[in-house]
Design a protein around this ligand. Structure first.
Ligand SMILES: Cc1cc2nc3c(=O)[nH]c(=O)nc-3n(C[C@H](O)[C@H](O)[C@H](O)COP(=O)(O)O)c2cc1C
Length: 202
């Protein structure tokens, strides 16, 4: 069974989502020791933002030399995603949504003919055979009914985009209120790490 582990926080060892995604992978590794794990750090090895040149190359135009490496990287991340049975994703909230590094990755995996297609019934996801577990960390609180609820574009966005490619029930483990104060941070982290240890086996 293949597990793809992805982090996107720019905060390195201080990152909450990295700590949480690692705990999730550790939990799954314990239940299934022979997991085949691929790790990708989108902060230390970022993909370029999608450009017109990328789209032209996808249509068969000869790519500029400077784009070659990034096209190979884009193909590699798509293949990693397609091959994975389980995807564990660290997704911090930066300016109310995901880091741009993670968006660049999503722009490489949401590909017509690979992870979705348009048919008679409209869009159809082609990646529905995966389990996706997302470790979210947010500085504040965005729960339903809270004053900031309308500003939540991490979980809402990821639910939508994974749903679009066929993953209808992504699992979320969240640590919220990380920037509210030390007690809030401690409590959020403890709760999220506990939730990781309670995850269904791989
Ligand atoms: C550049 C930046 C932007 C942030 N923007 C928000 C925000 O819009 N809302 C929020 O609640 N917290 C925000 N935060 C706080 C983070 O969501 C919080 O620190 C979280 O733990 C980040 O995850 P990480 O530690 O894995 O990087 C921001 C943090 C950074 C570094």
């Amino acid at each position: 069974m293949k597990l793809l582990h992805i982090d996107s926080s720019v905060l390195g060892p201080h990152s909450v989502s990295r700590q949480l995604s690692a705990a999730i992978v550790e939990r799954l590794r314990k239940t299934t020791p022979d997991l085949d794990i691929v790790y990708r750090d989108l902060s230390s090895t970022p993909l370029a933002h999608l450009s017109g040149s990328h789209l032209a190359a996808a249509q068969g135009a000869a790519p500029e030399a400077a784009l070659q490496q990034d096209l190979i990287a884009g193909q590699t991340v798509l293949e990693e995603f397609l091959a994975a049975d389980i995807v564990v994703l660290g997704a911090p909230m930066y300016n109310f949504t995901i880091p741009s590094q993670l968006k660049s990755w999503i722009d490489r995996i949401v590909v017509a003919g690979k992870t979705f297609k348009y048919g008679a019934q409209g869009a159809e996801g082609l990646a529905g055979n995966k389990r996706v577990i997302i470790a979210v960390s947010r500085g504040g609180y965005y729960g339903a009914g809270s004053p900031a609820a309308a500003g939540e574009y991490v979980e809402t966005y990821l639910r939508w985009v994974f749903g679009f490619i066929g993953v209808k029930n992504p699992e979320f483990i969240s640590a919220d209120g990380i920037q509210v104060g030390p007690e809030h941070r401690e409590k959020a982290l403890a709760g999220a790490l506990q939730a990781a240890t309670n995850l269904r086996a791989a």
